[in-house]
Design a protein. Structure first.
Ligand code: SF4
Length: 363
């Protein structure tokens, strides 16, 4: 069986969050003689799994990359944040490293392609998938290039060696295969878990160890993700079907337990303030909309009123499908989810008190 058929049968999807069929991407790459960029940036907040793959399975990662490009001998580059441990490890192994600035959108797929071809690490508008090549908005020629997440490339090597049936013996029919999850935040031992879709989220949390007082809220998927109460999380399984009612999916595999000693409104504020500074400044709705949502949230946390709430909801909704990349979509989802989960907490702030009693009210 050839590699692409094996990937299709296995049902491997990208482990970076978009969950696009890997067989489709590898087939298009072969047809267009595309170069490969292996994305090991762990660009989402809380992500650690691609660095883990580089740290523990580098030989298989390199083999996976070789398999993806073997028919056409395309150039293989490994993307990692500048001066990160991952970049040092890749370089020490003699690999061709594409060092990216440590900015949120720098590891976005088209940002990496732009950087690899001498441009800035900023998202590019896709007229057609860059696996087919083309030109950027300045008219520069772009070589056909495919970007695959590091965990995805490692899985390619595993499927080639062990077969699609082995792969499908893990996970669910909709989300097959073993997968990694970064469990982080308020847990005793933050680490990368080797797991599969369909396991109870409570098992992932228990494996990381809880502190007392226990966490009360979870953030799944970082800045592009969404919140759950701990009760909701412990009732759910790690699958996109279980998480869809909360507005999200298993995404890039990040499970973050919020510190219950800190006001969650302040935590949301810190994420949104960070987001406000990370827009690449190319699309108006993102450049102005994301900072406006961040400012609204800060105002809401300090002085909650219905009019600010309505304005922020409207602005968060307006972020969807408005940018050249998915960054504002993710921020809109994050903010909308914060309304849902922390609505009661906002109400308490309106009454002049913060339920996170161990710290002063966020202001
Ligand atoms: S949506 Fe924002 S981050 Fe994405 S390309 Fe446009 S300005 Fe840049």
């Amino acid at each position: 069986m050839n590699l692409i058929d094996a990937l299709d049968l296995a049902g491997l999807t990208g482990r970076g969050g978009a969950a696009f069929g890997t067989g489709i991407k590898v087939r298009a790459a072969a047809e267009n003689k595309a170069d490969l960029i292996v994305n090991a940036c762990d660009g989402e907040i809380g992500a650690a799994k691609d660095g883990w793959v580089v740290g523990y399975h580098l030989d298989e990662l390199v083999e996976g990359a070789r398999l993806v490009t073997s028919r056409r001998r395309g150039r293989i580059r490994y993307a990692a944040h500048r001066d990160s441990e991952t970049a040092h490890r890749l370089r020490a192994a003699g690999l061709d490293v594409l060092e990216t600035p440590d900015r949120y959108v720098s590891s976005e797929e088209t940002s990496l392609i732009s950087l690899a071809q001498g441009g800035l690490a900023r998202p590019m508008t896709k007229r057609a998938p860059f696996v087919m090549g083309g030109r950027d908005s300045a008219g520069r020629r772009i070589r056909p290039t495919v970007v695959l997440n590091a965990e995805t490339v490692w899985r390619v090597a595993q499927i080639a060696e062990r077969g699609p049936d082995w792969f499908r013996s893990f996970g669910t029919p909709d989300e097959p295969g073993p997968r990694l999850v970064s469990v982080t935040g308020y847990v005793m031992s933050p680490h990368v878990v080797q797991t599969e879709a369909g396991v109870p989220i409570g098992d992932l949390l228990d494996a990381a160890g809880e502190f007392a007082p226990v966490g009360e809220h979870l953030l799944i998927g970082g800045l592009g993700g969404f919140f759950l109460t701990m009760t909701e999380g412990r009732r759910a399984r790690w699958s996109s079907a279980d998480l869809a009612p909360f507005g999200g999916s298993i995404g890039p595999g990040i499970l973050d337990v919020l510190d219950p000693r800190l006001c969650p409104l302040g935590t949301v504020d810190r994420f949104l303030s960070y987001a406000a500074g990370e827009s690449a400044g190319q699309c108006g709705p993102c450049m102005f909309g994301v900072p406006a949502v961040a400012a609204d949230w800060r105002e809401l946390a300090a002085h909650p009123t219905q009019s600010v709430l309505d304005r922020m909801r409207h602005r968060a909704d307006q972020l969807a499908n408005r940018g050249a990349c998915r960054f504002p979509d993710g921020v809109g989802r994050f903010a909308t989810s914060a309304f849902r989960v922390f609505g009661q907490h906002l109400g308490e702030h309106a009454r002049g008190r913060c339920p996170s009693e161990r710290t002063p009210a966020h202001a």
